[in-house]
Write a protein that binds this ligand. Structure first.
Ligand SMILES: NC(=O)c1ccc[n+]([C@@H]2O[C@H](COP(=O)([O-])OP(=O)(O)OC[C@H]3O[C@@H](n4cnc5c(N)ncnc54)[C@H](OP(=O)(O)O)[C@@H]3O)[C@@H](O)[C@H]2O)c1
Length: 270
């Protein structure tokens, strides 16, 4: 007799494994998080946040805006970006928040965005390379790059390098690259950049891209020594966002089920 979904969901194995998974995830939270904890004023600072229309990026942008920074929301969708812009301006009371469009998976788009930013912004104090995607289907971009690598690594790498002189001349400044704890399961193989020798199983490709984030950031930090510009990569914790949008409904269902244990990006906390 074929197994029904309801049989699986009601089985003790399912319930126990869900609870164990939840506890593992909960152990990553390291205490509760107060979104108002950082009191450092950012007046006079200019910050660029990529992927700022939703999830972690939107929360970061709101936090910077609330603390008085001039904030550039670097988003690829005008509609989604405009909604976020309106919401962030309203919630923070800061009108110095602006939307600029960029698709970080496209080298041309990153070049156009950087050129416009260098024209408009005399100083850049904070760059957060947050835009990223997990579980993207197999694909090669117009530049001949594997799409996850283009989005998560090559685009942010190019963007940072194009803005680097301006960031250095604005020091003290900082560059923050949003990686993932999953980087420890990644491998370095430069043929991956062109879609070769990759296995598209769950988040395997994502893991490789996030390892590149860490390695590149470490080298950048080393090269920036003595410039008063810092470069750091981080794992944000497990956060309930749209990050699982490219996975099957089963995986998204599981993610939502154990979501109780995750951080939530609730803007209304402000
Ligand atoms: N959530 C987690 O538990 C978790 C854990 C570890 C690391 N991270 C990392 O945290 C970062 C933010 O993820 P999230 O959880 O906030 O995910 P999310 O809710 O899916 O947000 C991702 C953001 O990146 C943007 N983006 C994706 N591809 C882009 C492209 N080609 N050009 C420009 N923007 C693009 C998205 O724009 P659209 O809305 O237009 O697609 C969206 O604004 C990612 O780098 C992710 O790898 C997240």
């Amino acid at each position: 007799m074929p197994l029904e979904l309801s049989d699986i969901l009601c089985s003790p194995v399912w319930i126990i494994s869900t609870v164990v998974l939840g506890l593992v995830v909960r152990s990553q939270r390291r205490g509760s998080w107060n979104p108002r904890a950082c009191k450092v004023e950012l007046k006079g600072k200019t910050a660029i946040v990529t992927g700022a229309n939703t999830g972690i990026g939107k929360f970061i942008a709101l936090d910077f805006a609330r603390r008085g920074a001039r904030v550039i929301l670097a988003c690829r969708s005008e509609a989604r970006g405009s909604d976020a812009l309106r919401e962030i301006r309203e919630l923070s009371g800061n009108a110095d928040v602006h939307l600029r469009l960029v698709d970080v998976s496209s080298l041309e788009s990153v070049q156009e965005f950087s050129a416009a930013i260098l024209q408009e912004e005399k100083e850049i104090h904070i760059l957060v390379n947050n835009a990223g995607a997990s579980g993207l289907p197999k694909g090669i971009t117009a530049d001949g790059l594997e799409v996850s690598f283009a989005t998560n690594h090559v685009g942010p790498f190019l963007l940072t390098n194009l803005l680097l002189d301006r960031i250095k001349s604005s020091a003290p400044a900082r560059i923050v690259n949003v990686s993932s704890v999953n980087h420890w399961r990644g491998k370095v193989d430069f043929s991956h950049f062109h879609g070769k020798n990759l296995v598209y199983r769950m988040d395997e490709v994502y893991n490789h891209t996030k390892l590149h984030n860490v390695l590149w950031t470490n080298e950048l930090a080393r090269r920036l020594k003595g410039t008063d510009v810092t470069a750091n990569s981080l794992h944000p914790g497990v956060v309930m966002t749209e990050v699982m949008r490219h996975y099957s409904w089963v995986v998204r269902f599981l993610f939502n089920l154990v979501g109780f244990f995750f951080f939530k990006v609730e803007l209304r906390l402000y």
